[in-house]
Write a protein that binds this ligand. Structure first.
Ligand SMILES: [Zn+2]
Length: 192
């Protein structure tokens, strides 16, 4: 079983995998991970009708799925508001993808300040402040694979891959001016 999924399971005590032992994330090749196991959902969970992929940056130098989970709980939310977090090598490995409980259980996110995009949008957060500098290469490699996988699984068009600022104009700089949104969409358009 892939390391990343196991990390998330232990982190949030996902019931189906209580027997799983913790192990460090295990890249399969050049930072790529076992995406099928990362995007696998709980057996009991009913797949939501996903229509959007919403990209965020954390606007912080460091962080991890675990630290954002704690932060979001402090704000009164039910844990990690994103469905996926991609680390930058600070508190979570560079390019390591962690899926949270909202993904496993196919629950709405708490990331978009919009009912539509929370209910129908898969929230992906990259650790870092992309107003200051771009994401790492490993983060973009991981994001490209994840986005391609999800867009194929749920038939999400490139136009429906959006940055937080595109759905909340004027309200946020997220995911930052150095985030290569046009490239991401172009890549999905070309490969899907
Ligand atoms: Zn955001």
């Amino acid at each position: 079983m892939a390391g990343v999924a196991v990390i998330a399971l232990n982190l949030w005590k996902r019931p189906a995998a209580q027997a799983a032992k913790p192990s460090p994330p295990k890249p399969l090749r050049d930072g790529a991970q076992d995406l099928p196991s990362i995007v696998a959902i709980d057996d009991a969970a009913e797949v939501r009708p996903w229509e959007y992929l919403v990209i965020h940056h954390s606007a912080s130098v460091r962080g991890s799925a675990q630290s954002f989970d704690q932060y979001h709980r402090q704000r009164g939310w039910q844990g990690l508001g994103y469905h996926f977090v991609i680390g930058n090598g600070t508190d979570q490995g560079d390019g390591v993808i962690i899926a949270g409980p909202r993904w496993y259980q196919q629950e709405a996110g708490a990331h978009a300040h919009s009912t539509l995009y929370n209910e129908r949008g898969i929230g992906i957060c990259l650790v870092g402040n992309f107003e200051e500098k771009p994401p790492t290469e490993a983060q973009m490699a991981a994001l490209n694979e994840l986005v391609l996988k999800l867009s194929r699984m749920y038939k999400i068009d490139a136009e429906h891959i959006v940055g937080h600022n595109q759905i909340r104009r004027g309200g946020t700089l997220c995911p930052g001016r150095f985030f290569p949104m046009a490239d991401l969409r172009e890549r999905v358009r070309a490969l899907r």
